[in-house]
Ligand binder design. Structure first.
Ligand SMILES: [Zn+2]
Length: 310
């Protein structure tokens, strides 16, 4: 059993707490190397997240990239994935593949030079916004529900040129539809659920899910309790979201993006990354082995192998 997880916020915690080690379990973090290993996580995306700080700067991004390189990617059991070849080599070596991602363009400070520097440092997926407006676009909780700024449109172009994958989780509805129109490159949703089942603006409408499917992209279902169900969400309710995307024709276009270390509350049984196998076992019980393998690993794997640089 192998798992690909498209979003966690461990890096944010590691930046705030210098004593947190990736090598050891901690009561202060959900994700650790031993827990990922135990649960069968083969590829983990690590998001840099500074967008909620009062003064966001590119220096903060550089510090977070440094944390990723020095405290995660340098671990002997980890292979940093920057390219298709790295992904194949991570699989062949049995090491944990680690992908560096950025949640919110805020810290790029409107600069394409900063964007290219971030790419050179290994960032391979960019969430355009967090919940609010930034220089590039509006997030889902920005009341005016705007789309992209002129600079944001240039950012889309540059990402397409670089081969940096765009991520629509947290992006406003208007932003989603503008991106669909402006970009022919595939984009994904690293950690979002189904709005029809749980009407939170962070979740995707069926029409949005259909666009992701048509573009051969992937949406990562997330374990954030209030994006799953309004009251008493359980592991089985994540499967309801999975069933819904599958019924829309998305069986090959859905995976997971846990958001471990991004929220303080968890659904019972999925308190940390070491329990991921409990969800995986449920999926193997409900779906064919082939579909379960795809949902847990193969769908994201295919998307990355098609869209990471060569
Ligand atoms: Zn998030």
């Amino acid at each position: 059993m192998k798992i690909f997880d498209a979003h966690c916020d461990l890096l944010d915690k590691m930046n705030l707490h210098a004593e947190l080690s990736f090598k050891q379990d901690s009561i202060y973090a959900d994700v650790s190397f031993p827990r990922l290993n135990k649960a069968g996580v083969a590829v983990q995306c690590f998001a840099v997240f500074v967008s909620n700080r009062p003064h966001v700067s590119f220096t903060q991004l550089l510090e977070a990239f440094d944390t990723f390189h020095n405290r995660i990617a340098s671990h002997e059991g980890v292979r940093h994935i920057r390219s298709k070849a790295d992904l194949t080599e991570a699989e062949a070596s049995g090491k944990l593949g680690a992908i560096l991602t950025l949640e919110g363009a805020d810290g790029l400070e409107g600069s394409l030079v900063n964007l290219r520097t971030a790419f050179a440092m290994g960032v391979r997926m960019l969430g355009l916004t967090w919940n609010y407006a930034n220089w590039a676009a509006d997030g889902v909780l920005e009341p005016r529900n705007g789309g992209f700024t002129l600079k944001g449109k240039k950012l889309i172009e540059e990402c397409t040129k670089l081969g940096l994958i765009l991520d629509v989780s947290h992006l406003s509805d208007k932003g989603f539809w503008e991106l669909a129109e402006l970009s022919s490159a595939p984009f994904c949703a690293s950690h979002s659920n189904v709005r029809k089942l749980c009407p939170h603006p962070r979740n995707l409408t069926d029409e949005m899910i259909q666009v992701l499917i048509a573009r051969k992209a992937v949406m990562g279902l997330t374990f954030v309790p209030w994006f799953i169900k309004a009251s008493e969400p359980a592991i089985k309710d994540i499967l309801t979201h999975l069933d819904h995307v599958a019924a829309l024709g998305g069986r090959e276009h859905v995976g997971f993006g846990s958001d471990f270390d991004g929220v303080d509350y968890h659904i019972p049984g999925l308190e940390h990354a070491g329990n991921y196998d409990r969800l995986a076992n449920e999926i193997y019980r409900r779906y064919s082995a082939e579909d379960a393998e795809g949902v847990l690993y193969g769908n994201w794997r295919r998307f990355m192998s098609e869209n990471l640089p060569g």
